[in-house]
Design a binder for this molecule. Structure first.
Ligand code: ADP
Length: 635
């Protein structure tokens, strides 16, 4: 036995927080501890199988992978053991008892202290190993990594209350053994049948056999009862995705999903397919009900696992699903790829490319079907994943039109903040002469709804999409046309309403520009470099002025978003459009004192900027000017 002392470590504060949260909020669902630990054991077995592909010695002469669940009624313990990859001391330190990922920290920050809400959140976060403490008041984990020496075993133990101990031990067997010392009131889990039924409920479709001891034959007259020694398989152990679609029940799909994808809720929908021919594979893809807590985390793992002939090859197989569908989870199992497929091979493999494009087609097809058949469910999907899907047109040019059909927006005709108008609906409702799809981008929905840019659209009863998510600017910069209709910002360039514009309006603007040349010049002089140009507006009916940017300039809103993100984006110099029908402009026209005129012009510019959610360069100056004007009025 190596002579190393037992070391006691304090849990990091986050771990204690997760532990108390897990035990409190999952109590009503406590049998999931077994699912979580069996699923970890199965991952460990599959990891070993994969590593052994290139290093057979890791099997240490025993390639039969199993997970065993054993009960010791006298000691009050349940033991889950596997002969998988195991962990080195360093790995135990890094994975058990610490929370390494930045995503977890963010998750903890998002907790509110409100139990009901938090227990929903915990469903989004895989509790994994910590679920052991729901039923146990002491957990002892003993492990040795495959390929290491017997004296490199590690024992980790904790009561889940602030600290854990870690020591080196001898361990001949590779893999991990977890002993749960059950709490006084959790003794129901010592019951053999109870454990068997949990295993078949949760772990039937884990491909690694999960075994328990077979009850011994009843003793013959006069003989001593024999202890159980024979193990038998408890789970079905068939990969669910290899079964015939028609033989799998909805409940089995649900359990499989929760088990392999570490989710607590049932999936929204799924697609299960078997492809025969030159590229044979099975795929089972799920759309979850809820976005994971780390969906926006760049290090987040991808959800589709790659198997080759039932052997798990890798997680994060981002080659199997594009980034904008990263919420999809599931399994692809290829019959044709080599077992030693590497990340590099994946990058260039034609078979993988064709699996990937079929995956995309299937998921988009699933979503189209959901949108068509169950609008309510689709809204739920959209609420969770809409902003991810909006990355699609930029990433996947080939499917732009299909993705476009799946987008949903708030518009000037929709109620509240619901994003429930599709582009097809929009097109159907377009007015007779309308050729384009109009949109406005803004920071908030009310800023968008009340923007002066919309005045003429209201007057002409033209619907406008209200885009207020950060990703929207990205979306419209890549998604410029849908079904032959151009997407046009209402705040860019000269307002081009095409056929919608009355000849009369056009002439009116031209005439006014000619007649008010002098006023336009004065405004230009007063505002100097703050504006690129002064124009007579045809978009305004109520406001005195608004700001627009040139056709090829970055939108003001995008520039603001980039600034908020800490990027050094130059604000585009705007064009100011003035409404000559507004009394304020008449008042300015009549002003003979050029200083006062300058103040008014500046005020008009600043309020146009404010109205679209912009920030004043000199807010105090604005307030002074406004006050002077108010005093002027009262004198
Ligand atoms: P997750 O499984 O979501 O990563 P867990 O808390 O369940 O989170 O486990 C943390 C890590 O501990 C795992 O990723 C794995 O590296 C390691 N681990 C847990 N159980 C085992 C096991 N039975 N064998 C080997 N490693 C394990």
């Amino acid at each position: 036995m190596p002579d190393t002392p037992v070391k006691t470590h304090e849990f990091k504060a986050e771990v204690s927080a997760v532990l108390s949260l897990v035990t409190n909020s999952l109590y009503t669902n406590r049998e999931i501890f077994l699912r979580e630990l069996v699923s970890n054991a199965s991952d460990a077995a599959e990891k070993l199988r994969f590593e052994a592909l290139s290093n057979d010695a890791l099997y240490e002469g025993d390639s039969e992978l199993t997970i065993r669940v054993a009960v010791d009624s006298d000691a009050g313990t349940v033991t889950i053991s596997d002969n998988g990859i195991g962990m080195s001391r360093q790995e135990v330190g890094e994975t058990i008892g610490t929370i390494a990922s930045s995503g977890t920290r963010k998750f903890l920050e998002s907790l509110s202290g409100d139990k009901a809400r938090d227990s929903q959140l915990i469903g989004q976060f895989g509790v994994g190993f910590y679920s052991a403490f729901i039923v146990a008041d002491r957990v002892t984990l003993t492990t040795r990594r495959a390929g290491m020496n017997a004296d490199e075993g590690v024992r980790w133990e904790s009561t889940g209350e602030g600290s854990y101990t870690i020591e080196n031990v001898d361990r001949a067997a590779r893999g991990t053994e977890i002993v749960l010392h059950l709490r006084e009131d959790e003794k129901e889990f010592l019951d053999d049948w109870r454990l068997r039924s949990i295993i078949s409920k949760f772990s039937d479709h884990i491909a690694i056999p999960v075994q328990m001891l077979k009850a011994p034959e009843p003793p013959e007259e006069g003989e001593e009862p024999q202890p159980a020694t024979e193990w038998e398989q408890v789970n079905k152990g068939t990969a669910l995705w290899m079964r015939n679609k028609s033989d799998v029940t909805e409940e089995e799909y649900h359990e499989f999903y929760k088990n392999t994808c570490h989710d607590f809720e049932n999936p929204l929908t799924w697609a299960h397919n078997r492809v025969e021919g030159t590229n044979e594979y099975s795929s089972l893809l799920f759309v979850p009900s809820r976005a994971p807590f780390d969906m926006w985390d760049r290090e987040q793992k991808h959800g589709v696992k790659l198997y080759v002939r039932r052997v798990f090859i890798m997680d994060e197989a981002d080659k199997l699903m594009p980034h904008y569908l990263r919420f999809v989870k599931g399994v692809v199992d290829s019959d044709d790829l080599p077992l030693n497929v590497s990340r590099e091979i994946l990058q260039h493999d034609k078979k993988i490319d064709s699996i990937r494009s079929a995956n995309v087609k299937r998921v988009l097809g699933l979503l189209e079907k959901m949108a068509r058949d169950d609008a309510e469910q689709y809204q739920k999907f959209w609420g969770e994943f809409g902003n991810v899907l909006k990355e699609g047109p930029a990433e996947d040019f080939g499917n732009r039109e299909k993705i476009g059909g799946l987008l949903r927006f708030a518009t000037t005709r929709s109620e509240g903040d619901a994003q429930n108008v599709s582009l097809d609906q929009y097109i159907e409702r377009m007015t007779e002469k309308q050729e384009k799809i109009y949109y406005i981008t803004a920071d908030t929905l009310s800023a968008a709804r009340n923007s002066p840019h919309l005045e003429v659209f209201k007057k002409k009863d033209i619907e406008v999409l209200l885009l207020t998510d950060r990703v929207d600017e990205w979306l419209v910069s890549h998604f410029t046309d849908y079904k032959g209709k151009h997407l046009q910002s209402v705040a860019k360039g000269e307002l081009d309403l095409g056929e919608l514009e009355d000849q009369e309006d056009k002439e009116k603007v031209e005439k006014a520009t000619e007649e008010h040349k002098h006023l336009i010049e004065r405004v230009k002089t007063a505002l100097g470099d703050s504006v690129k140009e002064v124009r007579v507006s045809s978009r305004l009916t109520e406001s005195p002025a608004c700001l627009v940017v040139g056709d090829y300039d970055m939108s003001q809103n995008l520039a603001r978003v980039l600034k908020q993100l800490g990027q050094d984006a130059p604000m585009p110099t705007p064009i100011i459009e003035i409404n000559l029908d507004h009394p304020l402009l008449n008042r300015m026209d009549a002003e003979t004192d050029e200083d006062k005129f300058g103040e008014l012009a500046r005020l008009v510019f600043d309020q146009a900027l404010l109205a679209e959610g912009g920030q004043l360069e000199d807010p105090a100056g604005f307030v002074h000017r406004l006050n002077r004007l108010m005093l002027d009025m009262s004198s």
